[in-house]
Ligand binder design. Sequence first.
Ligand code: 5GP
Length: 202
Amino acid sequence: MKREGLILILSAPSGAGKTSLCRELFKSFPDMKESVSYTTRLPRAGEIEGEAYHFVSHEVFEKMVEEDAFAEWALVHGNMYGTALHTLEEARKNGIDIVLDIDCQGALKLKEQFEGGIYVFIMPPSMTELRRRLENRSSDAQEVIERRIVRAADEMREARWYDYIIINDDFEVASRELSAIVIAYRRKTFRMMEKVGKLFDM
Ligand code: 5GP
């Protein structure tokens, strides 16, 4: 029987470095796929439909909610975001390891409904450093930064129910730790038996 794909769920407060860690993860594991969420948020400059997100209207999103098309969805920073059930089912069925970059509310909904995901929470080393990183990004207005910091404090409390916590102080270290989690999972016996069976005819 073909093995099922891994579902890796990553959450982090804005500014913790999740996007960069994700990028590095895909470099190390090019066979992993990023789950493309649906959102009602407008595309930012350079974001391509179907790559960053599936950008949809409120009407389309609400219709998908009514039709139970989402494995999870949440309201984040005033916009709706959701992971389609079919995205997870296809990846699982085809043995593809998929990465979900979703907020804590969505991650909790998934954890309550699905077995087998790996939940990783990425943290900044301190609130001071988080503020410094958000201010250095300079793309956001001061009031947006303040809102993100308040929200980050709440999100940090959610870390307790995740399977793993990575503190992103030194990027190289954090990146290695994330890779280690993926490698450890990939070496679990049930993941190895298909290969072992072929190698040793057992
Ligand atoms: P952004 O708009 O900056 O791309 O994402 C804002 C937040 O929405 C991030 O924290 C991201 O993790 C979260 N997010 C993105 N896609 C999904 C999704 O499908 N479900 C949930 N629950 N959150 C999402």
